[in-house]
Ligand binder design. Structure first.
Ligand code: NAD
Ligand code: DAU
Length: 348
């Protein structure tokens, strides 16, 4: 029996983690704490909302009093912390909200956990879900390992790096039982269509321009979101307290090559002529401070805890494209804010 607080469970990765835990562990109580920002959507969790081991609480992780009450009310013994501002381009325009949510919000949760657990730290765990962007940017060679020094470049990655440091500080200072994972780029169903893959699938479908930053030469290491959720499950149950685990897809793609695969897959599934949508590729001004390459060495997780990605990239991309084509209504409602309006009213 565990009482687990999942933060950000209405977002992209959080909804997959919440679904996995609610279905796989019927005797765990899962409390999903989410503010339902533009990125959070209860529609992502329709299939589990009636389960008896699932509760949703609309709240702001930065509100320390409310977070403290939630720890007491549900007698929380573990946290899987995913709530964050997550989009690099937004962080360039509005760094304050990233410092607020990602740094102060994480600190508020750490302090609440510390206060609630301090008399007995046994069987407690604060699991902080982080990103490979904290390590900065790679050249053509090499990989990020758990020993790579932090070197964040964007306001987003600086805020995540800072939150990771706070988590470590609570382990070193108060012995709070923590574990951190740093993951590469995720893709799959329910990702907000501002990120490369869902944005481009949507634009290809609707014959809109595909804004490729710079020359499209930047490289990302892509992981299917359900494989990330499975890795989180394994780290949560088997990870060593105080450790960091890198999670990655062993799956690097240059942006422009990935974009061509998306074009090919969408065109094929819509019965268009091969390459018909390549004309939509539009090279635009590069992202400021654009990291050149991310690539994760996930061998610690593989060797120590036995995790590796299960889905081949071609299959994952096809499933993902098909999901966005089949879920036009979801795309329309998240981008127009319709779902937000609906759920905000319900929880006001
Ligand atoms: P997302 O933007 O899809 O979801 C974030 C969720 O957090 C939303 O449901 C939102 O409503 C909620 N939220 C935001 N501010 C909040 C607040 N103040 N209080 C409570 N809830 C709040 O993000 P995602 O892509 O699912 O990422 C989840 C986590 O995983 C983040 O911490 C991110 O840094 C990390 N991560 C993401 C990726 C990726 O490729 N998307 C890769 C590695 C790590
Ligand atoms: O590496 C993990 C990170 O991956 C996560 O921590 C972040 O939350 C997540 O958003 C993601 O960050 P990226 O910046 O890598 O993802 P994004 O989808 O925004 O961009 C992927 C690549 O595509 C990047 O090199 C920028 C480029 N790009 C992106 C967009 C949105 C374009 O060329 N055009 C675009 O319109």
């Amino acid at each position: 029996m565990r009482n687990i607080l999942i933060t950000g469970g209405a977002g992209f990765i959080g909804s997959h983690v919440a679904r996995l835990f609610v279905n796989k562990y019927p005797d765990y109580n899962i409390v999903n704490l989410d503010l339902l920002t533009y990125a959070g959507n209860l529609e992502n969790l329709k299939d589990i909302e009636q389960k008896s081991n699932y509760t949703f609480v609309k709240a702001d992780i930065c509100d320390y009093q409310v977070v403290t009450t939630i720890f007491s009310e549900y007698n929380i013994d573990s946290v899987i912390h995913l709530a964050a501002e997550s989009h690099v381009d937004r962080s360039i325009k509005d760094p304050f909200s990233f410092a607020r949510t990602n740094v102060m919000g994480t600190l508020s949760l750490l302090q609440a956990a510390q206060n609630h657990w301090k008399s007995d730290l046994k069987n407690k765990l604060f699991y902080h879900v982080s990103t490979d962007e904290v390590y900065g940017s790679l050249g053509k060679d090499g990989y990020f390992t758990e020993r790579t020094s932090y070197d964040p470049h964007s306001p987003y990655s600086a805020s995540k790096a800072s939150s990771d440091h706070f988590v470590r500080a609570f382990f070193d200072t108060y012995k709070l039982p923590v574990v951190i994972s740093n993951c590469s780029n995720n893709y799959g169903a329910y990702q907000f269509p501002e990120k490369l893959i869902p944005l481009f699938i949507n634009n290809i479908k609707n014959n809109k321009p595909l804004p490729v930053y710079g020359k499209g030469e930047n490289i990302r290491d892509w992981l299917y979101v359900e494989d990330h959720a499975k890795a989180i499950d394994i780290v949560f149950h088997k990870g060593t307290v105080g450790d960091t685990y890198n999670i990655g897809g062993f799956n690097e793609w240059k942006n422009i090559d990935l974009i061509k695969i998306l074009i090919k897959t969408v065109d094929q599934l819509l019965g268009r002529k091969e390459g018909a949508s390549e004309k939509l590729i539009t090279y635009v001004k590069d992202r400021a401070g654009h990291d050149f390459r991310y690539a994760i060495d996930a061998s610690k997780l593989k060797n120590e805890l036995g995790w590796q990605p299960s889905l081949q990239f071609e299959e994952g991309i096809e499933k993902t494209v098909q999901w966005y084509l089949d879920n036009e209504e979801w795309v329309k409602n998240v981008t127009s804010g319709e779902y937000q309006k609906y759920y905000q009213q319900m929880y006001e």
